[in-house]
Ligand binder design. Structure first.
Ligand SMILES: [Zn+2]
Length: 105
């Protein structure tokens, strides 16, 4: 019980941080567009890198959301692929891990 409260706290903190990071990059982008800089090619490159980072953050947010759902349903810490218990050390390092080490590889 206490343990799941801790995990939830950790997941929610990660979620908040990612959301903040996404909001930040989005407002930075708006700023750049407003300035109307004509170094379009350069901007294009920058925003492509950002899109990559955003995709990563969005995927992580999705995983965190799913981990929170599993925490609610009592399936947390169980590999969604093979149904084995996920190693606690792995969950410690990656609280939103969906697969056990064997399945992740
Ligand atoms: Zn597995």
């Amino acid at each position: 019980m206490n343990e799941s409260v801790e995990i939830r706290k950790k997941l929610l903190a990660m979620q908040a941080e990612l959301q903040q990071r996404l909001q930040q990059t989005q407002s930075e982008e708006r700023h750049e567009v407003e300035e109307g800089d004509d170094t379009t090619a350069q901007l294009w490159q920058v925003s492509e890198v950002r899109d990559g980072l955003n995709d990563e953050a969005i995927a992580e947010l999705r995983d965190i959301g799913r981990a929170l759902e599993r925490l609610d349903s009592g399936d947390y810490g169980i590999c969604t692929r093979c149904g084995e218990t996920i190693n606690p050390a792995r969950l410690e390092a990656l609280p939103h891990a969906e697969f056990c080490i064997a399945c992740a590889e």
